[in-house]
Ligand binder design. Sequence first.
Ligand code: ACO
Length: 337
Amino acid sequence: MSDIRSRIIGTGSCLPKKVVSNKDLEAVVDTTDEWISSRTGISTRCIATSESAVDVASKAADEAIKASGLAPEDIDLVVTGTVTPDMAFPSTSSMVQSRLGLRSGIPALDVSAACSGFLYALDVADKYIRLEDAKNVLVIGVDLFSRVVDWTDRSTCVLFGDGAGAAVLKAESNGNGILSTHMHSDGRHGELLYAPMDIKEHPFSVKDEAKADDNGSKLREPSTLKMRGNEIFKIAVRSMNGAIMEALDSNGLKAEDITLLVPHQANTRIIKAMKDRLDLPDGKIFVNISKYGNTSAASIPIALDEAFREGRIKDGDIVIMVAFGGGLTWGSVAVRW
Ligand code: ACO
């Protein structure tokens, strides 16, 4: 393999306009601001009212392309992590390609890995770049979980928000860029966190049968998100710590070499547990969950964009992104910025 690396040269993000506070949720389900803030660290989240997934993804992508200094026609691949697209097809990536006037004929694909979606998308993009099949790649993370949560289930509906984030990667050979990617899945634990498809009946459907497939996966349940939060919590801490250690070990780095850890924003208690295990000071871990809740595949690119715009990431810094989500899926990406 050549010495080509994928350098992040622009970031962007877009949140829907409607801000919903914990107090607002007290009118929707039996909950309190105190419970939500103390158990999760979330104060507000943005909820799409008129915006589509392609609307917010396109705005985040447009911002990232502008920040990169490239022209839309320079992009030669689009990869989007999402599990809440507007359409089963065309893909979100193809729709963004059209909306932003990107070159026709370039490949565009979506990746499904729930909250790990953006890191999986970065991993795919990085491999295209290092195999010299693409030079400039637009990578997007977008999810509108307001579409899939059960708004009568207080244990899940208070946790999630909608949004999109994006990054532009460029092939460079100066030593900076993505140093390593480590992606994982363990489908055996899929039932801890899932959202079924809305499978339609058809003229040959057998009523009240085939409630599960051969693997026991649930079919024809209401298509809302189900989560066993307690069990997920423990696995999330263990898996994300493991993925951070893989990133450090494979690059000969130690925890103190990290300039900024950008974790998936699911719960401040999960983030704190990671911080404690690594013995990282507060300034080395980026946390914005209070404003947006868990935005699934959008959470890391939104955090990355905010961290960069706040001046918390500079050339040469070591940034580690780490994610965990439905699948179960998890992974880390280490970058020399
Ligand atoms: N308001 C008030 N009370 C509530 C609420 C609420 N919104 N939700 C639950 N409760 C109650 C429960 O009913 C329970 O009451 P009980 O003791 O009388 O039975 C009590 O609060 C405690 O509930 P727990 O589920 O034990 O609360 P916990 O402290 O574990 O927090 C949480 C729950 C926030 C979901 C936590 O487990 C968590 O963050 N899990 C990880 C989530 C995650 O990382 N998901 C992966 C990414 S998401 C993705 O990939 C799509």
